[in-house]
Design a protein around this ligand. Structure first.
Ligand SMILES: [Zn+2]
Length: 494
């Protein structure tokens, strides 16, 4: 260990000699479960702090492989992998892509990992809790991870009780998507539950499902028609979270009736229902999905600006424009910086009985020349030939065929939007494409995902944050929807 430290120290001294504007520092790695301390040497350059990859691999006991096909380094720990791509602030962990602030880079031939990768990405891979104390410069590696031990329920006359037992007491937050969903937001936990999703089938709770979502674990409680209120509390010995869901208003937090979107189908989880084919004959309601949110930032667009911010800004403007020009109902899947998994987004879309679904994103490519405005529809399984990085999010699911019924209409909607863009800009910058995108897969309505431009392209990058360009996007999407609505109305007359 002493020898290693010495060697790393020498490497850093050498690096410092080569990189005049850089600064060396150290940070302490404290393993709380017995394995004392470990010092890591860091190097700051251009205000960004880096740690040599070798040190990270050694200190965290990771293994490393080179994926030459994708030009990535894969770090593994107990069967989980996280990628590192030089000069790209994106990591793929367990098939999902995550952004962080600063790209890994080579300095004098040594691959350096930015500190924010270690703090934000490694915890997704490593099965220990980590917390960074920036004032003391200590990275604390906690004891074992949180584990959900069991998921139970009991049905009483006027309420249903859900009990989530954990291996230790944890902080949690309840997010209301009333009257469809209650979401319990937990720190990332591991769980092997034989009864997940839990089929409750009472008049107030349909199912309870535990999922992992962007570094957190969420418990999705799909509520039944008789839902009126709920209450929640934590207990010890054993540590557990209890949620009581009432069919009477007195139970606790009352359902806000005015927010109640109409429900569709027997269940609200798109993975649990067989979609009922509805044939839209006009557009009465539109659901807009601002991509990413909460801990899932999407692409870093600036020092403190993320894809999740831009998608929300444009979604709010678009919502206003559609309401004004079409006079129809518009629902946003999120109206704040909130964590939502693709499954929850589709669940909300389906439960609102909207006639079309639009998800907003910003694209990224390894090739800086790729640019333009792209409207994606769901790729039919097996024909995938695409480079959309967000397609990595797709997993096989029970609803693989839900969107297929609507593919024709989804493509028509995509083409109307693309045409509106090209006419408005007198260009051919817009095109429609297909990709296996998870958020579109379970949608039981015409659905498209719009990539407003490529942040990796200098021209697009400049435009994307500009108000004029956002106005243009809002206008052409609204134009496209107007034409699509006309088309639906004409078809239904024949
Ligand atoms: Zn995105």
């Amino acid at each position: 260990m002493v020898y290693t430290r010495l060697k790393l120290g020498i490497v850093l001294i050498l690096l410092l000699g080569f990189v005049p504007s850089s600064q060396a520092n150290t940070l302490e790695l404290v393993f709380e479960d017995g394995r004392s301390r470990n010092t890591l040497y860091t190097l700051s350059e251009g205000g960004v702090e880096y740690i040599p990859l070798n040190q990270v691999v050694q200190a965290f006991n990771l293994s490393r492989n080179w994926d030459s096909l994708n030009g990535m380094i894969l770090l593994s720990y107990r069967g989980r992998t996280a990628s590192i791509t030089p000069d790209q602030p994106i990591a793929i962990v367990e098939r999902r892509s995550y952004s962080f602030k600063n790209s890994p880079k080579y300095i004098e031939g040594i691959l350096m990992i930015p500190l924010d990768y270690v703090i934000n990405i490694l915890p997704l891979l490593y099965d220990k809790e980590m917390s960074w104390d920036s004032s003391r410069r200590v990275l604390r590696i906690g004891s074992s991870r949180i584990e959900i031990a069991s998921l139970q329920h009991a049905v009483y006359t006027d309420y249903t009780r859900i009990v989530i037992q954990t291996n230790k007491s944890i902080a949690y937050k309840v997010v209301e998507k009333l009257p469809a969903l209650l979401i319990l937001d937990l720190p990332e936990a591991s769980f092997i539950l034989p009864n997940n999703p839990l089929q409750v089938g009472s008049n107030v709770v349909k199912t309870v499902k535990v999922i992992n979502s962007y570094g957190t674990t969420q418990v999705l409680i799909n509520l039944g028609e008789q839902f009126a209120s709920y209450n929640h509390f934590a207990l010890n010995d054993p540590p557990r979270i209890v949620i009581d869901v009432y069919s009477t208003p007195g139970g606790g937090n009352t359902a806000r009736k005015e927010e109640k979107p109409p429900l569709v189908g027997e269940s609200l989880n798109p993975l649990d229902i067989l979609p009922k084919a509805r044939t839209p004959t006009t557009v009465r309601a539109v659901i807009i999905d601002p991509g990413h949110g909460g801990r899932d930032n999407g692409i870093a667009l600036g020092p403190d600006l993320w894809e999740k911010d831009i998608t929300l800004t444009v979604a709010q403007k678009l919502s206003e424009s559609i309401r004004r020009r079409l006079g129809v109902r518009v629902i946003l899947t999120r109206n704040a910086n909130e964590n939502l998994s693709p499954v929850e987004r589709t669940t909300l879309a389906n439960s609102t009985k909207a006639d079309l679904f639009i998800s907003l994103h910003v694209n990224n490519s390894f090739s800086p020349n790729t640019r333009g405005f792209e409207v994606y529809t769901l790729d039919a399984p097996g024909t995938s030939d695409n480079t959309n990085p967000e397609a990595l999010l797709v997993k096989a699911s029970a609803l693989d065929h839900a969107q297929e019924t609507y593919l024709d209409k989804s493509e028509r909607l995509a083409n109307y939007i693309v045409t509106a863009y090209n006419e408005e800009t007198k260009s051919k910058d817009a095109r429609s494409k297909r990709a296996p995108l998870l958020v579109l897969k379970g949608a039981i309505m015409p659905a498209v995902q719009i990539e407003m431009g490529y942040f990796s392209n200098p021209v697009d990058k400049e435009k994307i944050t500009q108000e004029d360009f956002q106005k243009l996007i809002v206008k052409v999407i609204t134009d496209g929807i107007i034409n699509f609505k006309r088309y639906l109305e004409q078809v239904s007359l024949n």
